[in-house]
Each structure stands twice: as structure tokens, then as C-alpha cells.
Design a protein around this ligand. Structure first.
Ligand code: LMR
Length: 333
């Protein structure tokens, strides 16, 4: 039996040697990139652009397979799959890292960043960049930050003031900070995976949610939410991550080219994210199924004050210095 399989292997090795390629080189590297959102969103577009550029530039060596919309793993399972080597790349929202580094919770603090420009400055800063490499001992390498956008509150009743949210059940991502944020306005947070949100809203398991426009539109949440308050109360961004063992084991030339491609894709995603969210906001307005509520400056500051105690509650886990650094990113200088 041994002999029967030994021969073909020797033959293939001999043939490969003749052709000047080692068996190791001839093996295609497969990068499975799994995510939970639609292709039309900033993350969905980024994954597809990465796939396209890798095909153009490394097509003989690397193949990227993209699995959108929780089609391979939902957000509850994707991190485990990455650590087990079942997928090689993910871009989970920054709300989904608290098990690996509590400091990443900074991004969930309500009303911390005034806008995406401030988020950009913080992510590019020394503190922001340090978070990317902070989980390598846990087997996770951060390759960059991708924007989605600022979050809006949606519900089955109009939300103008914090008291309007009282008693409403809000879906939250698996984040203790976001859970606390809704508790502060005396609402009832429910952790729920992204793939379950539409049905949860439709059946009344939850009454409201928080999402950037691109997710509200592409998942059709606007069909089951009569009101959307343009609150910009927090950010939903991503950390593009890979399995450290996989990444460090790549041939240097391949890793370098992938890094160059990712730098290009990251710039593009972050340039396009605002336009995609604006486009989807307009699409929702056009659909006419939800009323868009604008907050007065007074109402916005009431929401800010109501949610602000969350900062203090998580200061110990996140770090006062980091919060201060993030707050500074609100001014351009
Ligand atoms: C969510 O669970 O709401 C988001 O993290 C989904 C996503 O990846 O944008």
C-alpha cells in the first residue's frame, strides 16, 4: 500500500522539480474572508476590492474567497473560526473585541467622537495604531481600520429626547459598553447577532437598534422601523484582522504584496465610506417608509448628557489616558 502511493508522489515531486517549482511554491494560498454585511456596504466593497487586486497581482499564488452576509460564519462564531484557522481574514466591528483587549471598547463610548474625521485622527495616532498590534499574543493581528460610519438610532416610535427610549428594547452588538449606553436612558438592551436583527425588529423581540445608514439600508431595517433619528451618537468601524500564525507564516514577498494591496484598499474604503452612507440615507428617504428625525442642538446635548456616565463606568477597563487621547482627536490640531 505504502509503495503504491509513494510512486505518484515521487513522480509529482520530480515533475515539479523539472518545471522549476517546489511543491510548497506550487500550492495556492487561500484566504477566506468572512463577514456579516452586504456587498454594497463599505466593508463589503473593501472585501471585494481586496479580492480583485489580489487576483490581478498575486493570482498565481493567492486566492481570496469572500463570504458576505454571515453566509459562512455569523458574528458570534467568526472570531473563533479565525483563531482555529478556518478563515484567514475578518473585519469585525470594533464592538466585538472586548474579550481580546478591553481597551478597544473605547470606540463604543457614546458621543466620544464628533465625526469620522475625528475617528480618522485617533485611528492614525500612536495610541490608535498600538491597538492594532495589541492582540498578537492572542493570535490576532490588526491590519488596519476600515470605516463604516456614524450610528443612527432607529425605533418603532419617534426618539427625540432620551426619555422617549425608556422601556424600549434595543438590539445591541455583543458589547458591554453598548449595553450600558442603553441602560443609561432606561431602555432595555438585548445582545443579538447581526443576522438576527431584521427578524428581531420585525417580530417585536426588539423595538429599536443603532446602525450606520449603510447597514440600515442594505439589511432593510428601514422597512421595519418607522423612525430613524439622525443621532450620530457613536461610531461603527472595523478592525481588519488576520490569524497571526497564518500571516507570519506567509512567504515574505506574498505578505509584502498583500500589505501593499491592503494599504490601497484601506484608503479607498475609508474615502468611500461617507459617500456610501450618504447614498443609503438618500435611498431610505426615497423609500419613504421611515420618518427621519433631526435632533435640535438642545436635544442632542440631552442624549449626550444622559449617555455620558458610560465613560466613567468603563474608564478602568479602557484607560483614562486613552479616552483623553481620543477626545483630543476632535480638534484638528
Ligand atoms: C453589527 O453587528 O451591527 C455590526 O457589527 C455589523 C457590521 O459588521 O457592520
Amino acid at each position: 500500500m505504502m509503495k503504491r502511493i509513494a510512486k505518484p508522489i515521487a513522480f509529482i515531486a520530480g515533475l515539479a522539480a523539472l518545471l522549476g517549482v517546489s511543491i510548497a511554491q506550487a500550492e495556492e494560498i487561500v484566504i477566506k474572508f468572512s463577514h456579516v454585511v452586504a456587498d454594497s456596504t463599505p466593508k463589503g466593497q473593501g472585501a471585494l476590492m481586496f479580492q480583485k487586486l489580489v487576483k490581478e497581482r498575486l493570482g498565481d499564488k493567492v486566492r481570496v474567497e469572500v463570504y458576505p452576509n454571515s453566509s459562512l460564519y455569523g458574528d458570534g462564531k467568526e472570531m473563533e473560526a479565525l483563531l482555529l484557522g478556518d478563515v484567514q481574514m475578518l473585519a469585525p466591528s470594533l464592538a466585538k473585541f472586548d474579550k481580546y483587549n478591553e481597551a478597544v471598547q473605547i470606540f463604543d463610548l457614546p458621543f466620544l467622537f464628533d465625526n469620522l474625521a475625528a475617528v480618522d485622527r485617533f485611528q492614525a495616532s500612536e495610541s490608535g495604531q498600538a491597538l492594532l498590534s495589541s492582540m498578537e499574543d492572542k493570535g490576532i493581528i490588526g491590519l488596519g481600520y476600515w470605516h463604516n460610519g456614524m450610528k443612527q438610532l432607529s425605533a418603532n416610535k419617534p426618539l427625540h429626547e432620551p426619555k422617549d427610549a425608556r422601556g424600549l428594547k434595543f438590539r445591541v452588538q455583543a458589547s458591554n459598553v453598548l449595553e450600558e449606553q442603553f441602560k443609561q436612558v432606561r431602555a432595555v438592551p438585548r445582545k443579538m447577532s447581526f443576522a438576527e436583527v431584521y427578524q428581531g425588529l420585525q417580530t417585536g423581540v426588539v423595538n429599536g437598534a443603532e446602525n450606520p445608514w449603510s447597514n440600515i439600508y442594505s439589511q432593510k431595517f428601514y422597512e421595519v422601523q418607522d423612525y430613524i433619528t439622525e443621532s450620530d451618537h457613536g461610531v461603527l468601524d472595523y478592525m481588519l484582522i488576520t490569524n497571526a500564525k497564518f500571516w507570519n507564516g506567509l512567504p515574505d514577498d506574498v505578505r509584502n504584496e498583500l500589505n501593499a494591496i491592503l494599504a490601497e484598499v484601506t484608503t479607498e474604503v475609508n474615502d468611500q465610506a461617507r459617500a456610501i452612507n450618504e447614498r443609503d440615507k438618500q435611498n431610505i428617504i426615497k423609500a419613504g417608509t421611515s420618518e427621519i428625525i433631526q435632533l435640535t442642538p438642545q436635544q442632542r446635548s440631552e442624549w449626550r448628557e444622559a449617555m455620558r456616565p458610560v465613560w466613567k463606568k468603563f474608564e478602568g477597563q479602557i484607560g483614562a489616558d486613552l479616552i483623553e487621547a481620543a477626545e483630543k482627536s476632535n480638534s484638528a490640531t
